[in-house]
Design a protein around this ligand. Structure first.
Ligand SMILES: Cc1cc2nc3c(=O)[nH]c(=O)nc-3n(C[C@H](O)[C@H](O)[C@H](O)COP(=O)(O)OP(=O)(O)OC[C@H]3O[C@@H](n4cnc5c(N)ncnc54)[C@H](O)[C@@H]3O)c2cc1C
Length: 249
């Protein structure tokens, strides 16, 4: 375990924060992996939790998108830290939400709820996925448009860099004043109603689609079941697959 320092903190929306930390010397990660961050606890073991790394591997700092869970043991403390504060970080990044596990296909779907966007920010920023897939769709489910601001910003930067990224936001608690990228429905509704396939102009299929899911376990379970019915499944026991998922809790 190592120590690192908070460089800056941005409140993107009520209860959603971007935190940038110094990157410990020699620290390496692959886009999609997470780090365990923690704080000392009074007289006991430090409290450690997993957080997906939102920055690209070549970024000189480490960035995280963190939801403050009211009453949670660690997240409310993390988002209250001020620049200069020290935290604990595990020696190495880990995790298997890796696009390299599902090669092939034409279209890569990155589907997340809330701060489940984080690993996908790292992939979009790193840019390698655009060399392997002709088209990349980022679909993010949030309650409000403010909760989706990091996705809008990343999509704009990717488009400015000439990347073939399409963004669909599924906003569940606002209907008025939404931008063109937004659907006023839950992400699972957009998935099961066929709305996403309609937007993409192609059906989901094991031949052309590759899917990464991340975030709320209820969303991951429902999406996984929907994709399974279409023959889109995770790699298992050496058999290739088209979908990899990560639950945040
Ligand atoms: C592999 C992995 C990667 C993760 N990456 C991130 C990340 O990038 N950003 C992030 O904010 N969290 C992430 N998490 C969740 C994080 O590890 C903690 O569970 C979360 O911060 C709550 O910790 P806590 O100590 O405050 O709450 P605890 O006291 O541990 O309470 C846990 C409860 O909080 C709720 N919860 C957990 N995470 C969230 C969330 N993101 N949004 C809403 N409710 C939640 C669930 O109901 C859960 O049962 C990740 C989890 C895993 C397993």
């Amino acid at each position: 375990m190592m120590h690192t320092k908070l460089i800056d903190k941005t409140e993107l929306a009520p209860r959603l924060f971007l935190l940038r930390f110094q990157k410990p010397e020699g620290y390496a990660h692959k886009p999609g992996q997470f780090a365990r961050l923690g704080l000392e606890a009074d007289g006991g073991e430090p409290i450690m939790r997993a957080y997906s790394i939102a920055s690209a591997p070549n970024d000189p700092e480490l960035e995280f998108l963190i939801t403050c869970v009211p009453g949670g043991a660690l997240s409310p403390r993390l988002v209250q830290l001020e620049p200069g504060s020290e935290i604990l970080i595990d020696d190495a990044a880990e995790g298997s939400l890796l696009p390299s596990r599902i090669p092939g296909g034409r279209t890569l779907w990155l589907m997340a709820t809330g701060s489940g966007l984080s690993p996908f920010l790292a992939m979009i920023r790193a840019g390698e996925i655009f060399e392997h897939w002709e088209r990349v769709f980022l679909v993010l489910g949030t309650r409000t448009l403010a909760d989706a601001s990091a996705a809008l910003q990343a999509a704009r930067a990717a488009r400015d860099a000439g990347r073939n990224l399409r963004l669909s936001l599924c906003i569940s608690r606002e209907k008025e004043g939404l931008p063109a990228e937004a659907l006023a429905m839950r992400i699972t509704e957009a998935l099961t109603s066929g709305e996403l396939e309609r937007l993409a102009g192609e059906p989901f299929s094991p031949e052309s689609s590759r899917v990464l899911l991340c975030g709320n376990p209820a969303f991951v379970a429902e999406a996984r079941a929907r994709f399974k019915a279409l023959g889109i499944v995770s790699p298992r026991f050496g058999r290739p697959g088209q979908l990899v998922a990560e639950n945040f809790w």
